[in-house]
Design a protein around this ligand. Structure first.
Ligand code: PEP
Length: 261
């Protein structure tokens, strides 16, 4: 059975001073059974968050990693630098694809680095509004996932056992708009079909697919009630303990229902 996962992506928010107290508040607010909780603070606040959530079961992730193992890349952070500090890392977020022009192949390279370092990859994908309106959303997202996974396969080590995919329609991120549960579920099925093409049907069934894009305590049920969706990647609401409390409570209900079915 796939885990139910809720992940807060704090983006470029919080300081070393306020990250620890916020993480502690979120850990307390989301203290429910049966789900995986992850907080991804900025690099500079990873240690403050780790200290604050110690013993709570909350896991800590990074928001990005460099695709090369080391070298002359001023200001960048390698997977080895994150080793021991985080257990998860987001890769291929649409804001990085937009601002740093990250390609699907680069996202695949980053995944390889994370696997080498023993860090679990949370790989983002998602279509632009024009692509959804043109009816090409599924093909776009499938092409993204396929290119990243084929890059990993080409390196010869197979696909990561702990891979998570976060489907985030770009037009829904930070806009207050969400996909419908049915559209997100259709995409999750399409993503798993692509994963199956590259890595086999059993492997595809084991990969959690999260939804991201303006998820709140009010909207989350629509997504987690879809059997093919296994949780959420949460931006804005991930900075609000009361929102995270509602999301976690709904996630726990879904996890319990799945365990009993
Ligand atoms: C995100 O950052 O991945 C995200 C989904 O943001 P928001 O929830 O604010 O749309």
């Amino acid at each position: 059975m796939r885990p139910v996962i809720i992940t807060a992506n704090w983006k470029m928010n919080t300081t070393p001073a306020d990250a620890g107290p916020l993480a502690a508040d979120i850990a307390k607010a989301t203290d429910v059974a049966g789900i995986t909780r992850i907080i991804c603070p900025p690099y500079t606040n990873i240690s403050a968050v780790s200290d604050a959530v110690e013993g709570t079961g909350v896991l800590v992730g990074a928001q990005n990693v460099h695709a090369e193992p080391k070298g002359a890349y001023t200001g960048e952070v390698s997977a080895d630098m994150l080793k021991g500090l985080v257990s998860w890392c987001i890769i291929g977020h649409s804001e990085r694809r937009r601002d740093q022009f990250e390609s699907d192949e680069l996202v695949g390279q980053k995944t390889i680095r994370l696997v080498e370092a023993g860090i679990s990859p949370m790989m983002c994908c998602g279509e632009q509004l024009e692509e959804r309106e043109a009816g090409s959303a599924v093909a776009t997202v499938q092409a993204q996932v396929k290119a990243s996974l084929e890059t990993i396969m080409a390196a010869g080590n197979g696909l990561p056992a702990d891979l998570v995919i976060a489907y985030e329609p770009v037009w829904a991120i930070g806009t207050g708009k969400t996909a419908t549960g049915a559209d997100a579920a259709e995409m999750a099925d399409a993503i798993r079909a692509t994963i199956a093409d590259v890595g086999g049907a059993d492997y595809a069934e084991s990969v959690p697919v999260l939804y991201g894009g303006s998820v709140t305590a009010d909207s989350f049920a629509e997504f987690i009630n879809e059997p093919s969706i296994d949780g959420a990647l949460i931006g804005g609401a991930g900075l609000k303990p009361d929102q995270m409390a509602g999301i976690a409570a709904t996630a726990a209900e879904a996890a319990a229902a799945r365990a009993n079915s």
